[in-house]
Ligand binder design. Sequence first.
Ligand code: SAH
Length: 251
Amino acid sequence: MIHFIGAGPGAADLITLRGAKLLGEADVIIYAGSLVNPALLGYKKERCTVYDSASMTLEEVIAVMEETEARGGDTARLHTGDPSLYGAIREQMDRLDARGIPYDVTPGVSSFSGAAAALEAEYTLPGVSQSVIITRMAGRTPVPEGEKLSKLAAHGCTMVLFLSTGLLEEVERELLEGGYAPDTPAAIVYKAAWPEEKVCRCTVSTLARTARENHITKTALITVGGFLGDRYDRSKLYDPAFTHGYREAGK
Ligand code: SAH
């Protein structure tokens, strides 16, 4: 059996209990060494073979899974954050389906959650934004035209950009073109939940400069929006004047 497992954003204790248990039982671990903290390999059992997928092709990854399966072993495929975001798991699952190899998926704490924790921020502030757009700047992997950054930026809501740290001049241009004011608060979160985590607060118009000054070129998320500012409305849920299913107003 193959287990796709979300490793969490960095710190070894941010994997789920289920993920850690499956890692401990695996005969083979294939992990994305470019992004997964090697500290997570501390969960493996002694007799376990480890592959770093950073230098492997999809075909090579599937071949390792197939061989392990043929020997009756379990493979843990460890992906950074949550595997559902930019994890390239669909293409693996489709090939496993074609070979009749069973698998399951264990979610993980995505780096966008890790970044919010590092910022001590809430993405969905009442009166500011009730939506989070998770996207990326088009790079070598194209983004569908309807999801062009400037078009998404027109919503003015909270945005979290993956895989875009090397393209911040374009990011700035598209965010401004889409309608964010130049002084809209923004933040670059480098290696959230790693020991070397770094949070750089700036504005939409100073993203590229801030990354340059802090020598940040990869493994970072760009967050943008009024949620990083000081103004918001208090929640209805905990407002004494608001009645809901679990509490009556005035109580
Ligand atoms: N599945 C992962 C994302 C993989 S794509 C997740 O859910 O987090 C890889 C990109 O994720 C990186 O280029 C970077 O933009 C972001 N990323 C991954 N780990 C990160 C971390 N600890 N801190 C900040 N950004 C991170």
